[in-house]
Design a protein around this ligand. Structure first.
Ligand SMILES: *Cc1c(COP(=O)(O)O)cnc(C)c1O
Length: 377
C-alpha cells in the first residue's frame, strides 16, 4: 500500500490514503461545474446515511481542518445566551472549552482523569445541579489518549433533560457505530481526513434540520455561518466561497472505497484488528498500555514510554521513521507516552511490520527496561 519511499503514517490524520484516493486529485474542477457540485451533493447524502441521519438531519460541509467545523458547530447550535456542559477527559475536550471561551458562550467542565470516561449518570447529575445548562458538548473518541466516550448514554441523558448535544466525532465517524435516530444528537462533527480516509481540508457538520433552521443569526462569524452555508448550498448547489475542489474529489473517491469495503461495520472491524494486532505485538515487547483495554477505541493507542535511561522519544521516532513508520508523540502532561494510530489505508500486516520496526529500534538504542517510570507528582 506504499508508494516509493513514502512512510506509513500512524498518525490520526493526516493518515495514509489509498492510491485511488490520491489519484482522484489529479484533475482540476471549476466551482461552477455541475459535475463538481453533484460531488458535493452525493457526499452529503452518503455521510448522512453513515449515521442514520437521512430525513432528520442535514449535512453542511465547511472548508478548513476539523477544528474549524467544531467551532462552527458550537457557534451556530449554541445560542449566544446558551450554556454548555463539557465532560472533559483529554486534549480535544479542552479544545472545545477553549473555543467556547473565544465564542463568549458560557460553559462549565466536568473534569475526569484521562483514563476515565463520563457516564450517563454523571451527566444526569450535572444537568440536575445546574438547570441553566442548555447544551452538552462531548468528544466521542478522545484522540488525545484514544479513549472511547459513551455517546449513547450521554445522548440519552441529554434527551431526558431536554438539552441539546453537540458531538465531536472527528476520529470515530465511520469507524465506530453512531445512530442519530436512536441516540439523539443535535450536531455531529467530523472531517475528510480521518476514518473515511480522505485527505485533510474540509469538515462537515451533521445537524438536526429543525435545529439548523433555528440557528440563523447565532454565528459570530461569516465564514463559520453554517446556516448561511446550508441555505446557499440549497439554493445554488455551490459552496459559499472557494471550495477545496481536490479535497472534495478525493473525499468522494474515499467514500466510494468506504462503501465498497462494507461501510462502518467493515471499517470498524479492520481498525479493531489493527488495534488488537498492534497491542498484542507491543505488549509482547514489554510496552504498557495507558488505557484499560475495555475503553480503548480502535483509533489510536497510547503506550507508556519505557523507563530505560537509553530511551528518548526523539531518537526513537527518528529510527522508527527511518524504518518506514511515522509515530505520534504523547499528549499527556503527567506521564511520558507516545501514540500509534491504527486508522488509514493500512491493515494488520502493517501493524505487525511496525512492531518489528519498533523491536529493532529498541535493540538499536539499547533499551531493555520496559517498565515505565513512576508518573511525576
Ligand atoms: C483530529 C481531531 C480534531 C480536529 O483537528 P484538526 O487538527 O483541526 O483537524 C478534533 N477533534 C478530534 C477528536 C480529533 O481527533
Amino acid at each position: 500500500m506504499i508508494l516509493g519511499s513514502d512512510p506509513i503514517l500512524l498518525t490520526p490524520g493526516p493518515l495514509t490514503t489509498s492510491p485511488a484516493t490520491r489519484q482522484a486529485m489529479l484533475r482540476d474542477w471549476g466551482s461552477w461545474d455541475a459535475a463538481f457540485n453533484a460531488l458535493t451533493g452525493t457526499i452529503c447524502r452518503d455521510l448522512l446515511a453513515v449515521v442514520n441521519g437521512s430525513g432528520t438531519h442535514e449535512c453542511v460541509p465547511l472548508q478548513g481542518s476539523g477544528t474549524f467545523a467544531v467551532e462552527a458547530a458550537l457557534a451556530n447550535v449554541v445560542p449566544r445566551g446558551g450554556k454548555v456542559l463539557v465532560p472533559q477527559n483529554g486534549a480535544y475536550c479542552q479544545r472545545i472549552l477553549k473555543i467556547l471561551g473565544y465564542l463568549g458562550r458560557a460553559h462549565v467542565s466536568l473534569d475526569l482523569p484521562e483514563d476515565r470516561h463520563p457516564t450517563g449518570a454523571m451527566i444526569d447529575e450535572a444537568l440536575r445541579a445546574d438547570p441553566s445548562i442548555t447544551h452538552v458538548a462531548q468528544v466521542h473518541c478522545e484522540t488525545g489518549t484514544g479513549i472511547l466516550n459513551p455517546l449513547p448514554e450521554i445522548a440519552e441523558a441529554c434527551a431526558r433533560h431536554g438539552k441539546g448535544l453537540v458531538v465531536d466525532a472527528m476520529s470515530s465517524f465511520g469507524a465506530v457505530p453512531i445512530d442519530v435516530a436512536r441516540h439523539p444528537v443535535d450536531a455531529l462533527v467530523a472531517a475528510s481526513g480521518k476514518c473515511i480516509e480522505g485527505v485533510p481540508g474540509m469538515g462537515f457538520v451533521i445537524v438536526r434540520r429543525a435545529v439548523l433552521e433555528g440557528c440563523r443569526g447565532n454565528s459570530h462569524s461569516l465564514a463559520m455561518d453554517l446556516h448561511d452555508q446550508w441555505t446557499y448550498l440549497q439554493r445554488t448547489t455551490q459552496w459559499r466561497f472557494t471550495p477545496p475542489t481536490h479535497v472534495v474529489a478525493a473525499f468522494r473517491a474515499a467514500l466510494d472505497q468506504f462503501l465498497a469495503e462494507g461501510g462502518q461495520p467493515a471499517r470498524g472491524a479492520r481498525y479493531a484488528a489493527n488495534r488488537d494486532t498492534l497491542i498484542d505485538g507491543m505488549s509482547a515487547l514489554g510496552f504498557r498500555l495507558f488505557l484499560p483495554r475495555a475503553v480503548q477505541a480502535p483509533v489510536i493507542i497510547t503506550f507508556h514510554a519505557p523507563g530505560d535511561p537509553h530511551y528518548a522519544f526523539k531518537p526513537f521516532y527518528e529510527k522508527v521513521r527511518a524504518r518506514g513508520y511515522v509515530l505520534y508523540p504523547g499528549k499527556l502532561t503527567k506521564v511520558e507516552t507516545f501514540r500509534v494510530g491504527c486508522i488509514g489505508a493500512i491493515d494488520a500486516n502493517e501493524m505487525r511490520n511496525v512492531v518489528s520496526a519498533v523491536a529493532e529500534t529498541l535493540k538499536d538504542m539499547g533499551v531493555s527496561r520496559m517498565e515505565p517510570l513512576e508518573a511525576a507528582a
